[in-house]
Design a protein around this ligand. Structure first.
Ligand code: NAD
Length: 428
């Protein structure tokens, strides 16, 4: 007999998969197609280490608050751990573990010699003054200092943290080590060892991958229409570069809604999130739409580049795009992914498309270790070449196994990580 007890979860309201569940499911899916030692898969289901620290902070009013911080380190078989640090009230240990696994695959699909890490502090940064954020960041750096370092684990900015946070983190770490160690974090301001081109790199990689996918499907980019959800660090450079490549970007959006011009928008004229936050709707365009309507526009390419879980079982059948390139992390739920597979709509996954960010972080780390900065032109050239290599590897996997682009990307990544494990072995 059905219970009358109130419940927030019912059978017809599917519960959202956690980041860890998604990461494990994707690992198992990729493993099904490959001949990989089950012992290696079992090892990859678990993080190598998870560090949990208490971070005490003296508030501006003189009181003391204690926050919880995490650093999950999934796998380092191919090199030091790499991944963001977020300051967000919803940070959990499991989320850090799941996201650290994603970073392992993202680095491996790009063939970057890093493993996956992710961490953060359970805090709403909007509740802190700038001075409080600085003290919290410096103390977090000190609590994590035994576990991180330029050859061990290299954090980066994520939700609620930015280039300034990374500069404080690097400074605190370096002061305790007795020497400047710029390579301990990436995403720093260029004056303290950051890389040129880091800010726009995830959007640039989305555009490069979209361009390759357009070409792969035999379309002429000059005749291709594109809609981009989100006009921030990822969406804006992606839209502008595709515009420069010759595509017609008919719609872009921010949190308030979308602008639409069937003849194409002048994307360089629409203010990005950084230039003027949430100003897309102020732009004079023939039509204003909702974000939901943007996702269902009849375009060739749809680029969700704002937030996760926007393509769901509810709207997947209404999507009219012929190709989806994921700019945001996790914009497609697994249920929507199944619908797109049945409908033959290719979805090029986040771990490939937006991996320009971690790739230029790798360039930043190389520049720091070598004490030599690269020109913007060199960053762009090397990013282009890394993205094309990764695209080719994933395309070959798609062609060889007739699998989805997502499965192919995970297969490429898993093959590389598993081969490294098999060569290094399990000791003792
Ligand atoms: P951002 O804050 O710079 O921009 C986000 C954009 O999305 C803004 O235009 C904002 O108005 C819009 N937006 C916010 N909420 C929305 C909603 N509910 N509906 C529609 N639009 C909304 O963020 P970003 O750095 O561009 O990140 C976007 C996504 O890309 C996230 O999923 C992020 O995890 C992922 N990502 C970012 C990077 C990076 O280095 N910045 C790298 C890889 C992946």
């Amino acid at each position: 007999m059905a219970s009358a007890a109130p419940s927030t979860e019912t059978d017809d309201e599917p519960t959202e998969e956690t980041a860890l569940e998604t990461a494990r499911r994707q690992l198992e899916r990729a493993a099904e197609h490959l001949d990989v030692d089950p012992g290696v898969i079992e090892r990859l289901r678990h993080p190598n280490q998870v560090h949990r620290v208490s971070v005490p902070l003296e508030r501006d009013d003189g009181s003391t608050a204690v926050y919880t911080g995490y650093r999950a380190q999934h796998d380092s078989v191919r090199g030091p751990y790499k991944g963001g640090l977020r300051f967000h009230p919803d940070v959990t240990e499991d989320e850090c573990i799941g996201l650290s696994m994603w970073m392992t695959w993202k680095c491996a699909v790009m063939d970057i010699p890093f493993g996956g890490g992710k961490g953060g502090i359970v805090v709403n940064p909007k509740d802190l003054s700038t001075d409080e954020k600085e003290r919290l960041t410096r103390r977090f750096a000190e609590e994590l200092r035994p576990f991180i370092g330029p050859t061990k684990d290299i954090p980066a900015p994520d939700m609620g943290t930015d280039a300034q946070t990374m500069a404080w983190f690097m400074d605190a770490y370096s002061m305790q080590e007795g020497e400047t160690q710029a390579g301990v974090v990436t995403g720093k301001p260029p004056v303290v060892g950051g890389s040129k081109g880091r800010d726009t790199a995830p959007g640039r990689s989305v555009a490069i991958i979209a361009r390759e996918a357009i070409d792969y499907h035999g379309w002429d980019i000059e005749d291709t229409t594109v809609a981009v959800q989100g006009f921030g660090s990822v969406g804006a450079p992606a839209a502008r570069l595709l515009d420069d490549y010759g595509a017609t970007v008919v719609a872009v959006s921010d949190v308030n809604g979308a602008i639409y011009d069937p003849d194409g928008l002048d994307t360089h004229d629409v203010p990005t999130h950084e230039e003027e936050p949430e100003a897309v709707m102020k732009y004079d365009a023939p039509q204003k739409l909702s974000n939901e309507e943007l996702l269902e526009l009849d375009v060739d390419v749809l680029i969700p580049a704002a937030i996760g879980n926007v393509l769901t079982a509810e709207n997947a059948n209404d999507v009219q795009a012929s190709l989806i390139v994921e700019g945001a992390n996790g914009p497609t739920t697994s249920a929507a992914g199944e619908v797109f597979e049945q409908r033959d709509i290719p979805v090029v996954p986040d771990i490939l498309a937006n991996a320009g960010g971690v790739t230029v972080s790798y360039f930043e780390w190389l520049q720091d270790l070598n004490h030599r900065s690269w020109s913007l032109e060199r960053v762009h050239d090397e990013l282009e070449s890394e993205m094309l290599s990764a695209w080719d590897a994933v395309r070959e996997q798609v062609e060889e196994n007739d699998v989805t682009w997502r499965d192919a990307a995970y297969m490429v990544a898993l093959k590389r990580v598993a081969a490294a494990h098999e060569h290094r072995g399990l000791w003792p």
